[in-house]
Design a protein around this ligand. Structure first.
Ligand code: GLA
Length: 425
């Protein structure tokens, strides 16, 4: 059966390359096919995930795909078109050999190794495969290329081992949200960044025309409409990537934990009658009113970090209310506020991101814009009346290079479905 029509373009390109790249005498089992998973954008709720809060992302029509064939042994061989590099993973020694294998792998393949390790740790069994890895999620560009490769890995392991485990059906071995949690653990061991679950959950749970409201504490989620034709979602990539990002991310996370511990103590001293102390285990548990009352008792830096997170939580809820009543245009004003908080209080923006947001602010019909993701580079998300997309593109083309000496990549995205796979032969 030829299912080629269903495949996203990167999967088709990867399939075309497969026979050229893997021309040796490997013992293959079964047919040729592809598995893929999407990148994500986050409408609002930045740095709230690891504070046990809410996020509102959507999976977008950019994917990372694995195209190839199952092997009869427990080897995985990969060719990355983006990095023009091979990587090889031996499943037989995992999870024990994780550290020694990780050391010899390029960064992109460590995510793959991480997912395979976590699958095996979870008791899931699968066999080896050879595949070309190809995608159109900008690498390191704030659209979660790492989550896309992780979720695509889980999908590929399931697909090439022909259902030795299953994802997503009613009595599946793993539900999509379990895959997200497993891929989040994989990200931790692969990269050393203590990231939240936002990226992996968005990639796993994506649905066409929908934003996903995820409670990062309970992992409950529901979908909200996001398909208003008059409003477009524009992603603009600064072209900047900064090494600082990982250490600054872990630092922010620790600061939030410290602020939580201090606030728990302060609130316990002041309110012990009404509010059991155990109830505060993350910034999510501090109400804006409590913060207004006690926030000033924190050291300045912690007060600003916590203040941003608590205000951002409230913005997520306001956005939900707006989407529920179909008032998507009004979400824009919350994006501007979110950017200001990320820039001034959370301090994870950078001059290039600020420049893109300021350029957008001057274009009539841009409803709102902010930096997106971890920060210190990557991209901005812009909510734009569809007839203002071209004027915004022009403004960015003209002004961004003059301010920064760089060119920005401009992308219009749509909310799409989660991971998938198909056989072609
Ligand atoms: C990165 C992390 C996510 C999330 C965002 C900030 O993308 O991987 O878990 O914390 O930063 O919202």
């Amino acid at each position: 059966m030829n299912e080629k029509k269903k495949l996203p373009l990167p999967a088709l390109s990867a399939l075309d390359l497969f026979a050229q790249v893997f021309r040796d005498d490997a013992q293959y089992a079964g047919g040729t096919g592809a598995a893929w998973a999407p990148g994500r954008v986050n409408l609002i709720g930045e740095h709230t995930d690891y504070n046990d809060g809410f996020v509102l992302p959507l999976a977008v029509d950019r994917v990372i795909a694995f195209a190839g064939r199952a092997r009869e042994d427990f080897q995985v061989r990969l060719w990355s078109t983006h990095f023009t590099q091979y990587a090889q993973i031996a499943l037989a020694g995992l999870p024990e050999s994780f550290d020694s294998q990780r050391e010899h792998l390029p960064a992109w393949a460590r995510y793959v190794l991480g997912v395979m390790t976590e699958l095996l740790r979870a008791g899931v069994r699968f066999s080896g495969f050879d595949a070309v890895v190809h995608g159109d999620v900008p690498v390191g560009g704030g659209m979660s290329s790492s989550a896309a490769i992780e979720v695509a890995t889980a999908q590929a392991c399931m697909f090439f081992s022909r259902g030795s485990f299953t994802i997503g059906s009613q009595d599946a071995t793993l539900q999509p949200i379990d895959v997200a949690a497993l891929c989040q653990r994989a990200e931790h061991i692969a990269s050393g960044v203590r990231s939240g679950i936002l990226d992996q959950a968005a990639s796993c749970l994506g649905r066409r025309g929908k934003a996903i409201l995820l409670d990062c504490r309970s992992l409950a989620y529901r979908y909200l409409p996001f398909d208003e034709p008059g409003v477009s979602l524009v992603i603009i990539d600064t072209g900047v990537r900064r090494e600082l990002a990982s250490s600054a991310y872990n630092e922010r996370r620790s600061q939030c934990e410290e602020a939580t511990n201090m606030l728990r103590g302060i609130i316990a001293r002041n309110e012990s009658q009404n509010s059991p102390v155990g109830a505060i285990s993350a910034l999510r548990d501090i109400s804006p009113e409590q913060f207004a009352r006690y926030g000033s008792e924190l050291p300045d830096i912690l007060r600003r970090r916590a203040g941003y997170v608590i205000a951002e939580e409230a913005r997520v809820m306001e956005t939900v209310a707006l989407l529920e009543k179909g008032a998507v245009e009004q979400v824009g004003s919350l994006l501007w506020l979110s950017h200001e908080g990320l820039r001034d209080e959370y301090e994870v923006s950078c001059p290039e991101l600020d420049t893109l947001v300021e350029i957008a602010r001057q274009v009539p019909g841009v409803l709102g814009a902010r930096m997106m993701g971890g920060g210190f580079g990557g991209c901005t998300i812009n909510l734009v009346r569809s007839d203002a997309v071209e004027p915004l593109r022009q403004a960015v083309d003209e002004q961004y290079p003059a301010h920064t000496g760089l060119r920005a990549m401009f992308d219009v995205c749509r909310a799409t479905g989660g991971p998938d796979s198909a056989w072609v032969i």
